[in-house]
Design a protein around this ligand. Structure first.
Ligand SMILES: *Cc1c(COP(=O)(O)O)cnc(C)c1O
Length: 442
């Protein structure tokens, strides 16, 4: 089992939780809360574990930037030689900014706009993963207009159930993603003859947080069949993009063994002579990050005890959006044998779904104590918003005994200063009251 346990991120020393050599209380003191904390060592470890497992498969690891787009995180993977899987021009720019060469960037997504397609052609990316006939034609026109040929992999929908949460399963017929596998030969044939298109192969991505190998095996086997069928029609298939989705342990339980994953790849598509692309996101960052938050107060309800913390669903939306489980630990090490009692850990936002944990057994915690919400490296900060006009949280990276602010907490000036009043509205404090327009006046 090579995926980190959520608890691997923290170590207890002198009675408190550390990430690598840094006490979490020091980070809170320096940068406040709520703050995302990432461990560079864990990022590197996750990448190296996967790279080692996939060694010999003629593959390229393209980190899925959407899981965590922080510059220092993406740069960490760039330094290790990773490519990038991007789903927007913003992510493409971030990958380039982090030093990932354009020739190692693949661009996925059902809704690429013409502007995004133009920008990606101009950047000279490795490959477009095309998800519809319409997108193929748009790309063809854009590339041909520039006298270029864009490398295309057709993303097919293999119609397998990834057995994951319904909001993150993507490889079933009724999902919006990919081209129906039955229609793929016709569209591949079209791609092979359209101007501006260099048809290179096939892609798929069946979902996120997969914890079993079977759906991968099924999907990869269908991809292999389709590859053979296209070749039989004289269409060359040189590249296969196998997507991401490898799950992590949010709590102790079964997760995918990377060696088994690699074996499934080798046994299904390994003998086709194709170069492979892997698009892991969560598996590389999920257990390398936590969300550090402070207890504002302990509220005794009639039937329940609530820990009201200073992080909320705007900072970490996964529990509200997916009902996701995140392990939570107090930063102060509980005394040995201290009894745990169930509490609800909630944020301050006016939504009942602003709840990080319900009836979770925790040791006694008092106001002002720090809590670590674990497994927050993936789909954490990237999904944060300013809902309730709460500024975006800070992000910190730890490396051994040092730590650095890799994104400052959003200031109130930045958050509130972004809005504009229309020129036909009087600014506050200028004396003139706004007179409503007379009703019915011409
Ligand atoms: C989201 C996504 C990924 C990454 O998924 P993870 O579950 O984080 O590994 C990879 N490829 C595509 C096309 C995606 O949309």
């Amino acid at each position: 089992m090579s995926i980190a346990d959520p608890m691997d991120l923290i170590a207890w020393r002198q009675g408190e939780a550390h990430v690598e050599g840094v006490a979490l209380s020091r980070i809170a003191q320096a940068h406040g809360t709520p703050t995302y904390v990432y461990s560079r060592a864990q990022l590197v470890r996750a990448y190296r574990d996967l790279a080692r497992a996939l060694d010999g498969l003629n593959g390229m690891i393209c980190y899925a930037v959407k899981a965590n787009g922080n510059l220092a995180v993406v740069r960490s993977f760039a330094e290790l030689g990773a490519g990038a899987d991007v789903v927007s021009v913003g992510e493409m720019k971030r990958a380039l900014q982090a030093g990932i060469p354009a020739g190692r960037i693949v661009f996925a997504g059902v809704g690429k706009t013409r502007d995004e397609i133009d920008a990606a052609i101009d950047a000279g990316i490795h490959q477009f993963n095309v998800e519809s006939e319409d997108e193929l034609k748009t790309l063809s026109a854009a590339a041909a207009a520039r006298g270029q040929r864009a490398a295309v992999a057709l993303r097919v929908n293999p119609d397998v159930d990834a057995g994951t949460h319904e909001k993150i399963t993507t490889g079933r017929k009724e999902n919006k993603f990919g081209i129906d596998i039955a229609r793929a030969p016709a569209i591949a044939a079209l791609a092979a003859r359209l101007p501006g298109i260099a048809f290179t192969g096939l892609a798929l991505h069946i979902g996120s947080q997969l914890t079993t190998i079977k759906p991968y095996r099924q999907a990869f086997a269908r991809l292999a069949e389709l590859t053979q069928a296209l070749r039989a029609r004289g269409i060359a298939v040189e590249r296969l993009d196998l997507g991401g989705g490898i799950g992590i342990a949010y709590q102790p339980g079964p997760v995918i063994d990377l060696k088994e994953y690699a074996t499934a790849v080798a046994e299904t598509v390994g003998n086709l002579g194709c170069s492979l692309v892997f698009e892991p996101g969560r598996a590389l960052v999920g257990n390398a990050g936590l969300l550090l938050t402070r207890v504002i107060r302990v509220k005794e309800g009639d039937a329940r005890r609530f820990l009201v913390v200073d992080a909320a669903m705007n900072d970490l939306v996964r529990p509200a959006l997916y009902g996701a489980f995140h392990a939570i630990r107090p930063v102060l090490e509980p005394a040995p044998g201290e009894a745990e009692a169930p509490v609800d850990v909630v944020g301050p936002i006016c939504e009942s779904s602003d709840l990080f944990a319900a009836q979770r057994p925790l040791p006694p915690v008092v106001a002002d104590e720090l809590l670590a919400i674990l497994s927050c490296g993936a789909y954490g900060f990237v999904m944060a918003s300013t809902y309730n006009l709460r500024p975006l949280p800070a992000e910190v990276m730890v490396d051994g005994d040092r730590f650095a602010l890799v994104r400052p907490r959003q200031s109130y000036d930045d958050m509130l200063g972004a809005d504009r009043l229309p020129e036909w509205m009087t600014a506050p404090g200028t004396g003139t009251a706004v007179r409503p327009r007379a009703r019915g006046a011409a």
